[in-house]
Design a binder for this molecule. Structure first.
Ligand code: ADP
Ligand code: MG
Length: 189
């Protein structure tokens, strides 16, 4: 596959009992891939360590098994690539590249704020993919904070307008899974 996942994670390996804010039924429904067939967006939101990337990778794997093309990237890598492509006069080529996969996974949106130029590039990508392919975005910031992430409330609203039109939003709460496991093992208090 072309997915380039950062690690191997599966839905079977996800401990739903440890994460009551995630509905296993909703995840099972998403695993069918119907949302991708519909071109819906999926937002996985929540603080660090709660399983956002795990679920993104696991759902990406399920999508590949269902025959969908999937590309995984971090928000930082995506924005660096698009910004460089623009500087080299190759933006169109890159936008086409990122528009091709039926599912594009953008991990860790919001860890770094975007330059205003980058926010516009991201908007172009979202517009390009709109109603053509699905976006799965993970973020540690709530959608209400995306104005800050994009450094531009107007662009953030335009992006959210498209993303939220046909979307599934899963907000994961709780503390980091790893911290929790360490606490359970008595390694920390
Ligand atoms: P983030 O929300 O920051 O993306 P990750 O998905 O990377 O967090 O989770 C951090 C680590 O904890 C990963 O190794 C992941 O597999 C594991 N993890 C998180 N939540 C769970 C869970 N509910 N069941 C099993 N492993 C989990
Ligand atoms: Mg992550």
């Amino acid at each position: 596959s072309i997915a380039k996942f950062p690690y191997v994670r599966t839905l079977e390996g996800f401990d739903f009992q440890a994460q009551p804010s995630v509905d296993p039924k909703q995840i099972r429904e998403l695993a069918t891939g119907r949302w991708i067939a519909n071109g819906d967006a999926l937002l996985l939101l929540g603080p660090p360590g709660v399983g956002k990337t795990h679920l993104a990778v696991a759902l990406g794997r399920e999508a590949i098994h269902k025959g969908y093309s999937v590309l995984f990237t971090t928000a930082t890598a995506l924005m660096t690539t698009l910004t460089q492509a623009q500087a080299q006069g190759r933006l169109e080529e890159r936008l086409t590249h990122y528009s091709k996969p039926k599912l594009l996974i953008v991990d860790e949106l919001g860890y770094l704020p975007f330059e205003s130029q980058a926010a516009h590039l991201f908007f172009q990508l979202v517009s390009r993919r709109y109603e053509r392919g699905s976006l799965l975005i993970t973020s540690n910031r709530s959608v209400g904070e995306w104005g800050e992430v994009f450094g531009d409330a107007v662009v953030a609203t335009a992006i959210l307008d498209r993303l939220l039109h046909h979307s599934h939003v899963i907000t994961i709460r709780g503390e980091s899974y790893r911290l929790r496991e360490k606490r359970r093992a008595g390694l920390i208090r």
